[in-house]
Design a protein around this ligand. Structure first.
Ligand SMILES: C[S@@+](CC[C@H](N)C(=O)[O-])C[C@H]1O[C@@H](n2cnc3c(N)ncnc32)[C@H](O)[C@@H]1O
Length: 330
């Protein structure tokens, strides 16, 4: 096989070397991540182990500390790394990063815009998906967060990823000076107010390009969906969430874990229409009382939230049938 030159491939294979991150798991399942240094020791309240004992050992080895505690030593995967790396802002969890890469159709060679960068968790999944021939153009308005994200990615890839550019600034102000109109394949927004960015994002996306927003609350989801519709240049949005339930596997006790992450965020996606094209009318219209003005003063009723209100005739019919049922009861 020809030698692999991809940026992080060299760090993921072969015996442990100085500078490698190694995940140690003790018999109780407690994890620690260390970076191997010649002559260094890893101490816990019960004994220590020498890094030198791991340097040169194969990935997936065990080692024992001075108190006789055995550790499994293995290289962390990207999913392990993002959960343990230093954080500025909250990260996109691996389960959602997987959804974004697949449902956002992030392909090798793609030009992807991402904002904000936060701690860089999602950026790393995007960089892996586009590869060295693609571009991830990330925007972050906080310089301190951008610095943390770049340090995290550098530690993971072992060098600055050649496909990555981080611009410090607000996306709305910075995007038009970084990319030309209709030049971007995919846009991922993970921020408080993605609806504020739809104008510049609509300009930057190629026809057919994908926009994905990741939001934490249902109120944000609703607002960004309405903003996509109001923009007029996007297809009807599609929203979803993913729920992952880990399983306990112990002898005959094979069942879901008692604890889980009940909520991380919602995803909403849409495609950019060609210039001048208006979205086809939806076949299923919203209910007649459906309110799109979320700032409106009016009190909400069932129709405002798209609930079907039964006609008086239907309610009378149900009531009549219940009366007949109760009459038949002894
Ligand atoms: C939840 S964090 C992003 C986390 C990141 N996706 C990760 O996986 O580590 C949201 C970030 O968006 C940034 N942000 C919010 N609005 C922005 C905007 N209009 N332009 C650029 N960055 C923005 C915030 O400063 C914050 O760092």
């Amino acid at each position: 096989m020809p030698p692999v030159t991809a940026i992080d491939a060299g760090l993921r294979r072969g015996p442990f070397q100085v500078g490698d991150r190694v995940q140690l798991t003790d018999p109780k399942g407690r994890m620690h991540t260390i970076t191997l240094e010649a002559g260094k020791e890893f101490h816990t309240h019960r004994g220590f182990l020498r890094h030198n004992d791991l340097i040169g050992a194969p990935d997936g080895s065990t080692t024992t500390n001075t108190a006789g505690t055995q550790y499994l030593a293995i290289r962390p995967l990207l999913a392990d790394y993002v959960m343990s790396m230093p954080r500025g802002a909250a990260v996109v969890y691996p389960k959602d990063a997987g959804q974004i890469v697949t449902m956002g159709d992030i392909f090798p060679g793609a030009v992807v815009v991402e904002a904000g960068v936060g701690s860089g968790a999602l950026s790393m999944s995007l960089l892996r998906a586009v590869g060295e021939s693609g571009r991830v153009l990330s925007f972050e308005r906080r310089a301190d967060f951008a610095t943390i994200a770049q340090a995290n990615a550098r530690a993971f890839f072992g060098a600055d990823h050649p496909a990555w550019t981080v611009t410090v600034g607000d996306l709305v102000e910075s995007l038009p000076s970084v990319v030309g109109p209709a030049s971007v394949d995919r846009v991922i927004l993970d921020m408080l107010a993605p609806w504020e960015c739809l104008g510049v994002v609509g300009e930057a996306l190629l026809p057919g390009g994908v926009l994905i927003c990741y939001v934490a609350t249902a109120t944000q989801l609703s607002r960004v969906a309405e903003a996509m519709r109001d923009h007029g240049g996007f297809t009807e949005p599609h929203a979803w969430e993913s729920i992952v339930r880990d399983w306990h596997l112990e002898g005959l006790a094979v069942r879901p874990q008692h604890r889980m992450h009940g909520h991380t965020g919602f995803l909403i996606t849409s495609r950019r229409l060609a210039p001048g094209v208006t979205p086809p009318l939806r076949k299923r219209r919203p209910g007649k009382g459906y309110v799109t003005d979320l700032d409106g003063e009016a009190e909400w009723d069932a129709e405002d939230i798209g609930e079907r209100v039964p006609s008086d005739k239907r309610v009378r019919k149900v009531a009549r049938s219940m009366g007949e049922t109760s009459r038949r009861l002894p």
